[in-house]
Design a protein around this ligand. Structure first.
Ligand code: CTP
Ligand code: CA
Length: 221
């Protein structure tokens, strides 16, 4: 692709990033969620923007600040996150770093649930949420490069390879969370692709983000 002198490597590219958890309401005051600070996903959005990409960041509820120079779409639930991602297409690449709740309460109560007099716990019926990564990987307007994350506590590479195949994405950033990665500032990841596995050293999340952004730029060049 002809790049004007001085242009950044991702100038003219649109990249979609998901980040943070989703919140799935049980009633107006309670929800089901994954643990996720949004640090890794937000850092990736910032790193892609720093390379010149137009970035749409679809974020669940987080307290980390919006990165500069990025369009942020705020959502609560997995279904809202999927809709926002589809609305953001077309994109050249997509990075799915969000910790999406796999299930949601089947029948959220319109009013706050009250404790019954007999102290019994209410039954909790769950239904599966849509898989955003798998849906976008098989989408008619699929981004050319689709990247998923996999947070694992054991058999990290094996699980990541299985996810790569099952979800139909191009790369999986496999995240070893057996230590303290959740919410921390550092991450130990392995980049799993059809060509093999790259082990990255333990790095600050902003460095993981910068490396991944460089790899995205190479792949789209
Ligand atoms: N993901 C998604 N939508 C979901 C669930 C997961 O987009 N409903 C994405 C995540 O953002 C991540 C990848 O899929 O990029 C892997 O998520 P993970 O939870 O590790 O995979 P699951 O298929 O949900 O498998 P499990 O939780 O059983 O390990
Ligand atoms: Ca999951």
């Amino acid at each position: 692709r002809g790049t004007a002198p001085g242009a950044l490597p991702l100038s003219g590219r649109h990249v979609l990033v998901t980040s943070g958890p989703t919140h799935e309401p049980l009633d107006p005051v309670r929800y089901l969620a994954n643990r996720s600070s949004g640090k890794q996903g937000h850092s990736i959005a910032a790193a892609l923007a720093a390379l010149g990409a137009r970035v749409t960041l679809v974020s669940g509820p987080v307290t980390v600040p919006d990165p500069d120079g990025v369009t942020v779409m705020r959502v609560e639930t997995a279904r809202e996150m999927l809709a926002a991602c589809e609305a953001a297409l077309p994109a050249d690449a997509a990075v799915f770093a969000a910790a999406v709740a796999d299930w949601r309460p089947a029948d959220p109560a319109p009013q706050k649930m009250k404790k019954p007099a007999d102290d019994a716990a209410p039954p909790l019926a769950l239904v599966p949420n849509p898989d955003i990564l798998a849906t976008l990987s098989r989408h008619p307007r699929r981004p050319r490069l689709v990247i998923g994350f996999a947070a694992e506590t054991e058999r990290v590479i094996e699980h990541a390879r299985a996810k790569l195949a099952r979800k139909g994405c191009d790369w999986i950033v496999a995240n070893d969370v057996s230590g303290d990665a959740m919410g921390g500032a550092e991450n130990t990841v392995h980049l799993v692709t059809a060509n093999g596995v790259e082990d990255w050293p333990r790095l600050p999340k902003v460095e993981v983000a910068a490396r991944l952004a460089d790899r995205v730029a190479e792949a789209l060049a």
